[in-house]
Design a protein around this ligand. Structure first.
Ligand code: SAH
Length: 240
């Protein structure tokens, strides 16, 4: 936690917060914080600043906060991700949030196991929890949105074209001809397949919607690795 993300409920006055639970535990056990110490804080969907610890007991920490600077700029990227298995979903959400991805679509694909959609990690609270962990890691405050689309064809036919009109599309697919562009730093929609990959039919449908297939070389990467590799090829993260 390189920033404690603050929500409305944490504020006991306009410039004072009380932290309990995970964030309190992190302050006391990992950071070994004491009264008078300063930590980086940020308001969810708002400014970043500093919190000075004014009170500590066995359950709570109180901080006086000054919020005075904006979070880093978001990536102009929409990530369309075939629903990963639950354990991977959590890591991928955290990674996306840490990298500055703000627009995430979880879609169905032929090789997505039906049981993946039953996971409790898809609840609003769990999505927010994992995204929060990613934001706190990266010192960002702007909460990504996650849209869930359990039917592939209606999504690709009815919704994807509008997304691609604003942010041109790429489909990461091993074995295609074109290497993924580098340093493009322009708005993009990136489609990433499931563990078993997109089927030919699915790649054709994504292509008809306007997305271009690209590859990352002969090594097949796990989704959790493919995401940061693709994002850092497309965007010079030093500028974002
Ligand atoms: N067995 C599958 C690989 C799936 S890897 C297949 O051969 O298609 C999961 C996803 O990560 C892929 O669908 C793709 O979107 C992305 N990916 C992994 N390695 C890649 C590579 N070398 N080139 C392009 N995309 C890759």
């Amino acid at each position: 936690m390189n920033l404690a993300l603050l929500f409305d409920d944490d504020f006991i006055a306009p410039d004072r917060v009380r932290l309990t639970g995970r964030r309190y535990g992190h302050l006391t056990t990992v950071l070994k914080a004491a009264i008078g110490d300063r930590v980086t804080v940020g308001k969810a969907n708002g400014l970043i600043g500093e919190g000075c610890i004014t009170h500590l007991d066995h359950h709570n920490a109180e901080l006086q906060v000054v919020l005075d600077r904006p979070p880093p700029p978001p990536l102009p990227l929409s990530l369309v991700l075939a629903m990963p298995r639950p354990k991977m979903l959590r890591r991928v959400l955290q990674t996306c949030a840490a990298l500055g991805v703000k627009d995430i679509w979880l879609i169905n694909a032929y090789k997505v196991e039906k049981s993946f959609w039953q996971t409790p990690w898809l609840s609003e609270a769990s999505l927010q929890e994992n995204l929060t962990l990613g934001l706190e890691q990266a010192r960002d405050t702007w909460m990504p949105t996650v849209q869930i689309r359990k039917l592939f064809k209606p999504f690709v036919e009815d919704e994807l074209p509008a997304l691609l009109a604003k942010r041109p599309g790429l489909v990461a697919h091993p074995g295609t001809e074109t290497p993924c562009p580098t340093h493009s730093n322009t708005p993009a929609t990136l489609c990433i397949g499931p563990e078993g990959g997109f089927t030919h039919y699915e790649v054709d449908k994504l292509e008809s919607a306007g997305a271009k297939p690209v590859h990352l070389g002969p090594r097949i990467l796990r989704v959790e690795t493919a995401v940061p590799v693709l994002v850092s090829r497309l965007f010079d993260l030093a500028g974002f």
